[in-house]
Design a protein around this ligand. Structure first.
Ligand SMILES: *Cc1c(COP(=O)(O)O)cnc(C)c1O
Length: 374
């Protein structure tokens, strides 16, 4: 019996390289783009372990849970880590980065998360990149939650290691991911005796065995199904136009934010300033006396199809995430999310204006592309 997932023809080196080239075009980059055969944590960890070592002083910006993880890896590599933590309700500023360099001129590596789906903020990477470049540090960026939702431009921003995954705004598979690598980053890795070699984590192995050989032979059997899904989702973004896809995310974020405020019931945008709010997902703060995870459970009872989740870990009490990305970056998903939250809030005895929320969301969506995302 034939099955769409089974008995696939082999995925050859040519096709693999063509998919890499397609991802490179999406990123507008001339750098090497490697498609890693695992979820985005693979290149995220592989790039840190390759580029950082005992001689590294890393500025690790923490605007959500991923920044915390990067700090742990950096310390594990023997790097000296300067943590710059900003409250989850805001974004880091280029001025804070400048200040960190002034206090620690020895910083030679900067790790940053572009947008945080987990906390709903987005950081001004272009401005930060200019500061990082001025100081000659290597710039590592997690763009998993921003790619497809807002511009991600490693070359224009001076990003040396830019990691993406397709599972958020691209609406693609979670099982493969990609990293763009600058010449400077390759040189840093080559000079690091502790960079992983002969390891699944190794970027240098892929350089040696794949890139330097002209991409003629794959080092091992590729994750074929995920590669095809990645190709299909990039193709779909190209066909719709990346700007159109990003505009859908920006509109979804603006409409959700405005709609939630109009809904009332004590819901507030978790991220104070709209310009710091990520197009990929909108986070909301619940009123005191309400537990976010319980409110989300109620909302999902009202409508199991809505893209709602409670915040992770300690945030489960106070934060709701509206994951309006990929197939859910639509007016329908935003409307349904607001309506379900309205039902849940009124069941909790709070007074809400669902009609007003839906009208506000619709009007906000209709406005020209809002200026969220940068
Ligand atoms: C989603 C996401 C990832 C990927 O991690 P998962 O938890 O496996 O989805 C990495 N970084 C950021 C900023 C993300 O939002």
């Amino acid at each position: 019996m034939t099955h769409p997932f089974l008995d696939l023809a082999p995925l050859g080196a040519d096709r693999f390289a063509a998919i890499e080239d397609r991802v490179a075009r999406l990123l507008g980059t001339e750098q090497d783009v490697l498609i890693m055969q695992g979820e985005a944590l693979l290149p995220l960890e592989g790039a840190i372990r390759a580029a950082a070592g005992p001689g590294t002083t890393a500025l690790n910006v923490i605007t959500g849970p991923y920044g915390q993880t990067f700090g742990d890896w950096l310390r594990d590599c023997g790097a000296t880590v300067v943590d710059l933590a900003v409250p989850f309700h805001t974004a880091v500023t280029a001025q804070q980065i400048r200040q960190a360099f002034a206090e620690h001129p020895e910083i030679d590596f900067v790790s940053l998360v572009h947008a945080e789906a987990a906390t709903g903020n987005t950081n001004p990477v272009a401005e930060i990149g200019a500061v990082v470049r001025e100081h000659g540090a290597l710039f590592y960026l997690d763009a998993v939650a921003s790619i497809g939702a807002e511009p991600v431009l490693p070359d224009a921003w001076g990003v040396d290691l830019c990691v993406i995954g397709a599972q958020k705004a691209m609406g693609g598979p979670a099982g493969v991911s990609a990293v763009s690598v600058s010449e400077r980053a390759w040189a840093r890795m080559a000079a690091n005796p502790r960079a992983p070699r002969r390891s699944y984590l190794s970027l240098l192995d892929w350089k040696e065995r794949w890139l330097d050989g002209g991409r003629k032979a794959l080092p091992h059997a590729p994750a074929q199904l995920e590669m095809l899904a990645l190709e299909a989702c990039v193709e779909r973004i190209e066909a719709a136009g990346p700007d159109t896809v990003m505009a859908r995310h920006a509109c979804a974020a603006a409409a959700t934010r405005a709609g939630a405020v109009a809904l009332g019931g004590g819901l507030e945008p978790y991220v104070y300033e709209a310009r710091d709010a990520a197009p990929v997902a909108t986070t909301l703060r619940v009123p005191s006396g309400v537990v976010a995870s319980q409110l989300v459970a109620r909302a999902l009872q009202a409508d199991p199809a809505v893209p709602l989740a409670a915040g992770g870990g300690a945030l489960a009490k106070e934060m709701i995430r509206v994951n309006h990305y990929g197939a859910d970056a639509t007016p329908g998903a935003v409307r349904a999310s607001l309506a379900a939250l309205g039902t849940a809030l009124s069941e909790s005895g709070l007074s809400v204006d669902v009609t007003g929320a839906l009208r506000t969301a619709e009007q906000t969506w209709q406005q020209p592309t809002p200026t969220t995302g940068r």
